[in-house]
Design a protein around this ligand. Structure first.
Ligand code: ATP
Length: 583
């Protein structure tokens, strides 16, 4: 329950709405409880000599009070339900904004379906508590308070009889509600499973098709969908029983009132009007009494939903932004320096992915990183924009430890093209211009020219305004990679990192892009991860990684002269090229 305390700042923010809402609850109940008095009086008049005028006056007053109660009820909803929607709006924004702050390691351990389910189902449960939950709790309190006073004024004995079934009514609703809640939770879990499957299948549609697994995937979906359907049906059955049971229980709760009221009438201690008034009060109390059980469930559901939301809200980014403006650690002529950097992934500390990495990169120099798959190349470059922080050692830019540079500044100096590219369902121009706040068409064109993308784009009917499908599905693999490179170039970076970002581009296009980079961006330092020696050999320095350690480094010629790892890689590729040219 204490998890719900997280909401107090939101409740405080909309305190005006809540206070007005509570005031309106008091008024709606005062008028609602006063109204039946006029029905009682009208019924009593009918036992005496009366005129239509007298009856009309009483019923007119009833209508007036009922209308006033209705107006205040409308204002209650206007204030409390509207406040709950505003809080839901703020919570959703805060949830999404918080997700944006979390580090890569958080996303490594949390599935997308889980995050979507928390941001929708759990948030809805919390909203139900803030709106109907709070509204019905306060309403129940005041309705009981005023109605019971009115009933006690007529007959304390009959009040006691009228309230006898109340605890049973509340408890039954609570128990059945609990069971409904369990079923609802299970439905939500099924739904999250379906969401995950659909999302994964649509993203992986190419793999599914190429392995002709369509029927298996359809069957997998059918099974999950069937499970979802069965669970929904079971809940619908329980709900149908629940409402039938409630109606019966409500009808039964009137029996003691009519029975005791009848005795009192015969004894002459109560009038028919009193009994009519009482019956109205009992009916009037039935929903608030039911809502005690219902609201208890809403609160419990909201408490567990808020616990799950708090797990996300309390998750802290591993990478914290720096506001420090420390002076440079060392007077450096290098743009980028690694100083004895070691790293292992969170949760897998026994596996040292990088060990004692040290090197320097000067402004404008072109450096390649090569090595066998899994040797730690991507991990190394991921440390530069602080996707992860090193466990030991430090990384410096212009002599400043990157942990002391504001993340926005650090990342604005780096153009990063990761191994797995990602494009938004937007126009090509907007994708290239993604990192830049101002539209600069010239820059988009220039970047696409350097990335050898310009001619391709000009061939599309809508040119730069061509809309991309999800993840750029309507582009070829090479076009996607080049669009991602253009996006990084449009950022005008000091350091450009290409992590195997040209793997889907043919050798001659790769060479053209490399040449353009040299010509157009002479001051940009390039860190290029590639398995293709034909490109790598043109770099000023080549760093060869082996099992997370720098095995050797130097220029192409120097490394060939060493006749070690790099030479082996080179000879192997020469051989592969020869074999493929023979085929
Ligand atoms: N998110 C992660 N969590 C845990 N371990 C990881 C993670 N990413 C990579 N690794 C591990 O770190 C090691 C280095 O991976 P990395 O991706 O840096 O290699 P790489 O040299 O870039 O390989 P490739 O050439 O295949 O891209 C591998 O053993 C890999 O299994």
């Amino acid at each position: 329950m204490k998890n719900l305390l997280h909401l107090k700042k939101y409740l405080f923010r909309y305190r005006k709405n809540l206070v007005y809402g509570i005031a309106c609850i008091i008024f709606t109940n005062i008028f609602a409880v006063l109204a039946p008095r006029y029905i009682g009086a009208a019924v009593d008049l009918m036992g005496e000599s009366f005129t239509m005028d007298m009856i009309l006056r009483k019923t007119g007053l009833y209508v007036l009070f009922a209308a006033l109660s209705g107006i205040f009820l409308f204002l209650v909803r206007q204030n409390i339900i509207v406040a709950s929607r505003k809080i839901e709006f703020d919570l959703k924004n805060d949830y999404y904004a918080h997700l944006q702050t979390l580090s890569r390691s958080f996303y490594n351990n949390t599935s997308t379906g889980e995050l979507i389910s928390r941001g929708t189902n759990d948030l809805n449960a919390v909203r139900d508590f803030l709106g109907p939950g709070i509204m019905y709790s306060i309403n129940t309190f005041f309705r009981l308070f005023f109605a019971v006073i009115a009933m006690l004024l007529i007959s304390p004995q009959l009040t006691l009889f009228a309230l006898i079934p109340a605890p049973l009514l509340s408890y039954s609703v609570y128990r059945i509600g609990k069971s409904m809640q369990k079923k609802t939770r299970s439905i939500q879990e099924s739904y999250a499973g379906i969401t995950n499957l659909v999302q994964e299948n649509i993203s992986g549609i190419r793999v599914i098709k190429s392995y002709t697994r369509e029927n298996e995937e359809i069957e997998r979906f059918r099974k999950l969908n069937e499970e979802y359907y069965d669970k929904n049906l079971s809940l619908a059955k329980l709900q149908a029983m629940f409402f039938a049971f409630l109606t019966a229980l409500l009808a039964l709760s009137l029996i003691p009132v009519i029975w005791m009221g009848g005795i009192n009438f015969i004894e002459g201690t109560m009038t028919i009007g009193d009994i009519a008034q009482f019956v109205i009060y009992v009916s009037m109390l039935s929903w608030p009494i039911i809502s005690i059980g219902w609201v208890t469930n809403i609160i419990q559901k909201a408490a567990s939903a808020q616990t799950r939301l708090n797990e996300i809200f309390n998750a802290k980014p591993d990478i914290t932004d720096s506001t420090a403006t420390e002076p440079p650690k060392e007077q450096s002529t290098s743009l980028l320096s690694f100083r004895n950097v070691s790293f292992s992934y969170p949760g897998n500390e026994t596996h040292q992915v990088l060990d004692g990495i040290s090197f320097d990169i000067a402004k404008g120099s072109k450096v390649a990183i090569v090595g066998a798959t899994g040797s730690g190349k991507s991990t190394l470059v991921n440390l530069i924009p602080r996707i992860y922080d090193p466990l030991k050692g430090s990384i410096l830019i212009g002599g400043r430890d990157i942990r002391t540079i504001a993340l926005s500044e650090l990342r604005s100096r780096i153009g990063f093209v990761p191994q797995t590219n990602f494009l938004f369902s937007e126009t090509i121009a907007n994708n290239i211009n993604y990192g830049n706040k101002n539209e600069e068409t010239d820059m988009v064109i220039e970047a696409s020219r350097i990335a050898s993308l310009y001619e391709d784009v000009m061939g599309f009917p809508d040119k730069f305004e061509t809309m991309l499908g999800e993840k750029g599905i309507n582009l070829s693999g090479g076009q996607k990679q080049r669009t991602c490179i253009a996006r990084a170039l449009a950022w005008k970076p000091e350091i450009l990192v290409l992590d195997d970002a040209l793997s889907a581009v043919d050798t001659s296009t790769e060479a053209t892009i490399f040449k353009a980079l040299l010509e157009k961006l002479p001051d940009t330092a390039l860190l290029l991860i590639s398995h293709r020696i034909s490109t790598v050999k043109n770099c000023d320095t080549i760093i060869v990684l082996k099992d997370g350690v720098i095995a050797e480094s130097g220029s192409h010629d120097e490394l060939l002269a060493k006749n070690s790892l790099y030479a082996e890689l080179y000879n192997q590729q020469l051989l592969e090229d020869e074999i493929s040219s023979l085929n």
